[in-house]
Structure formats: C-alpha cells, structure tokens
Design a protein around this ligand. Sequence first.
Ligand code: PEP
Length: 285
Amino acid sequence: MPFAGEGATSTSYLRIAGGIAAAAAAAVAMRARRPVVGGNWKCNPDSMSQLDGLIKNIQACDTSKCDVYVCPSPIHVAYCSDKFSNGADVTPQNCNFTGCGAYTGEMSVEQMKDLGMNQVLIGHSERRGEFGIFPMDDNTTLATKLKYILDAGMKCVFCIGEPKEIREKGLDAVLAEMDVQLKQIYSLLDADKVVIAYEPVWAIGTGLTASPEDAQATHKGIRELISKNASAAVADAIRIQYGGSANAANAADLSAQPDIDGFLVGGASLKPEFKDIVAAISAAK
Ligand code: PEP
C-alpha cells in the first residue's frame, strides 16, 4: 500500500484517481445517446383551425433531456416552421432527391432550409407502398434522397420496418429484411445526422405494439448490422427510434430497453399525451 499514511501523497493519489473517474464518467456520458421523440401528423389535421391545438401539444414537451421533432403535413409545414420555442424541430415527411426546378408536387431540402428547417423524414412505410396504391419510394430512391439530404447539410430521420408476413417468420427473417432496407445507406450513416426509425409495419396505426422484448431484440439486431456494415462507433452512437402504436401507456416499458432511444409516434402525437411519451423516455435514460 505505497500511499497509506502519507498525507500529501495520499491526497495527490486521491486527486488523480478522482480525475480518472471523472474522465471515465465523461467518456460514458459522451457515448450516451440522447433520446429523440418525433410526432408524425401524417395527413392531419383536416382544418387549419386545429393546427394551433396540435402545436400546443408539442410545445408542452420538456425538451431538456430529449430531442423532439414534429412532421406536419406538407401543406402545413410552412405555417408550423416558426411556431416552436422549445427546440422542437419541424421535420417534413418527405423530400425530393434533386433540388428546385420542374418537379411538380415535390418539395426540396433547399426550400426547407430557407424556412429554417434542418431535418427531414424519409422512408415511412406509408410512402414505401403501404397505402396499397403503389410505392412512392424504394430502397434505391431512399438512398439517393439520403445522400442529397446529407450533401445539403440537413439531418434525416430514416424509417425502416418489416411487414407482418416477414415478422411471422421470426427475428432472423426480420433482420434479413432490415439488412435489405439498410444495405444502400450503410456507407452514409453518420450518428450526428441520421436517426433510424424502426417501425414494424404491422404495428403502425393498428393498436398492436411490438413487445418490449421483441422491439429490443430487433433494435439490437439492427445495431449489430450497422456495426458490421458501417462501424462499431456509428452503431454505438446512432439513435434508433421505435414506432408502431407507441403511446403514453406503453412508452415507459419500451423506454426501459437499452437499444430503444426514442419513438416515432403517429396517432398519439395528435393528443396531449405526446408530452408524456417524451417524459417517459427522458426519465428512463
Ligand atoms: C407512424 O406512422 O409513424 C406511427 C408510428 O403511427 P402510430 O403511432 O399511429 O402507429
């Protein structure tokens, strides 16, 4: 025990040990993933008169421990763009892949930046084809869009998820599908700029939620795919949200899972309970 009984030396030892412990704690804190919760209003509300009420639900969120974003419908994006003083990011539900010009019906990220926005969501299953009409996006268009978004200096929420038929085959089949949906973007992943939203299609808007254990196993598997195909550092730092009938009642149990870093919320983002989802994950992490 070389330092025992030696006043000054022992104090120095304690200082050094304290410094090492503080540095280790800081390193862990740096690695910790800040929770992130988004509200996807989809094609709602049906009247401008309801917008201020929905904005209030988002404004009510305590963002001190959690990033919050909201995805208004395209026609309401400009109205919402300067309405949040709590740091909530207005995040459009889609963008084009090539800027301004003769692209009827499209929105460019340059237009979003001009309105003060810095993030856009792409790849939602409802745009990948789940309307039952035809796919408006596929894995290739989404990779093109992601590169365009990042090259323009914007951040992105990138949605992935499996249909029911694949979930019924088990976790390996789900992760094989996640690999297909991620393959073209592994090289673009940057934890500071991209959030992955894992949303099992069969859980979206159905009231069915993945069990916390199933959601955790899938998130862990996605992180392992990213580790193998991008890097361990990206996998460790990138935030993976769960989406699919998340609400105030199930948020705490899902938040307790180590690989669930937040939620993408549809139906419940139109209700005052949205702030409780943010509070649940803020408390858990
Ligand atoms: C969504 O569409 O992104 C979603 C998760 O919807 P819901 O919460 O209503 O299932």
